[in-house]
Design a protein around this ligand. Structure first.
Ligand code: EPU
Length: 347
């Protein structure tokens, strides 16, 4: 680890040698050389200046809910975005600090009669992280509620407002995950919601709870909370980053070939005619992965796409287990699956 003397001002929000595992829901990862806790733009500016002065790589951390951090940790500066606040921009528009918990924002919207993001209840993590990852559940993605995003542009040291089109949103994807977008740090997110009811029950798990097709915001939020609690490990007890892989999106022809082999394989047709297939179905019905463990890492019983740290799994354990799954899926279905989790350093 590089020895760098912190100035009194830097020492107010930058620390050296910080364990990263407690900042991730996987509960995995070594130390960061430096760790900045940033609550406003001035600190962000200073944190970047510090990293540039000492030629340290930077990683932006939100809730740590979708990360796999290497056992060796990170030889650079972690910038933990802690910008807070939920304010009304107009009667159905909220401006939210990137460090707010997504679920707190969803709860706030629900309590205030604002529709649009209720299906995203109980997803762990910050709204900034959700806006990087385009978090989604039960047919809704956060991008659909975003009016614009205020970013700190680390190349010009200025604040900028990006439209959803400029954010290049896709399935669990955005400009913020690309090399081009790494220059931006999300500071605030403005959500355009609706005061008119518009329940979204396109996913069967949720539709099954409301066969009559209507419900209040509170009822939908409660239903989503219950569905998720039955499917995901309790983060107080286990470590996980949720779905470890993305669901592959394949062409109609590829889907037809797979259906010949696996007639019951589900598929969700996308806007562009491509078909998203649930990898959890293959892990369950073809590879019998539910509850399968290798030491402290395993596929969760109720949802095998959710890789779970049962105790002291290392990043290398997770990596080896995931590589084996990807290989097995390739052999069973001829599909190369892509990891959804973001990896911090080599693993
Ligand atoms: N399935 C099985 N066996 C199982 C579990 C699932 O056969 O044990 C099949 C079923 O056919 C089920 C289908 O897989 O209908 C899909 O399962 P599920 O509804 O649990 O959703 P998923 O496709 O595995 C996605 C997101 C989740 C999100 C849920 C709910 C991805 C990679 N994952 O999972 O997001 O919560 O839908 O909308 O898109 C995350 O990104 O970390 C995440 C948890």
């Amino acid at each position: 680890m590089k020895h760098i003397e912190l100035s009194a001002r830097e020492a107010r929000f930058i620390r050296a040698g910080v364990a990263l595992a407690p900042y991730t829901t996987f509960k995995i990862g070594g130390n960061a050389d430096f760790f900045a806790e940033v609550t406003h733009t001035d600190e962000l500016r200073e944190a970047f200046l510090f990293a540039h002065t000492h030629t340290l790589p930077i990683f932006i951390l939100g809730g740590g809910t979708n990360l796999l951090v290497a056992d060796e940790g990170f030889r650079g500066l972690i910038v933990h975005v802690h910008v807070r606040g939920i304010t009304y921009a107009d009667e159905h528009t909220l401006t939210v600090g990137a460090g707010e918990s997504l679920d707190d924002v969803v709860r706030y919207a629900t309590l205030h009669g604002l529709w649009g993001i209720e299906n995203l209840s109980a997803i762990p993590g910050t709204i900034g992280g959700a806006a990087v990852q385009n978090a989604g559940a039960y047919g809704v993605e956060i991008a659909s509620g975003i009016k614009n995003i205020e970013v700190y542009d680390t190349l010009t040291n200025e604040l900028r407002t990006l439209s959803p089109a400029e954010c290049q949103y896709g399935y669990r994807d955005s400009i913020f995950k690309t090399d081009e977008g790494k220059r931006f740090v999300i500071v605030h997110i403005t959500l355009a919601l609706s005061t008119r009811p518009k329940p979204q029950f396109s996913y069967k798990d949720l539709a099954a709870v409301f066969p009559e097709g209507s419900a209040s915001l509170e009822e939908i939020r409660a239903a989503v909370v219950n569905i998720r609690a039955a499917k995901f490990p309790d983060l107080k007890q286990y470590g996980t980053a949720g779905s470890f892989f993305k669901n592959p999106v394949i062409s109609g022809e590829e889907y037809a070939v797979l259906q010949e082999k696996y007639p019951l394989l589900p598929g969700h047709t996308q806007g562009d005619g491509m078909i998203k297939i649930p990898i959890a179905w293959i892990l369950d019905n073809v590879l019998a992965m539910r509850g399968v463990r290798e030491g402290d890492i395993g596929a969760w019983e109720a949802q095998p796409l959710v890789l779970t740290n049962y105790g002291h799994a290392t990043a290398r354990d997770v990596d080896a287990f995931a590589q084996k799954i990807a290989q097995d899926v390739y052999e069973a279905a001829g599909i190369e699956i892509e990891r959804e989790v973001i990896q911090v350093s080599g693993i």
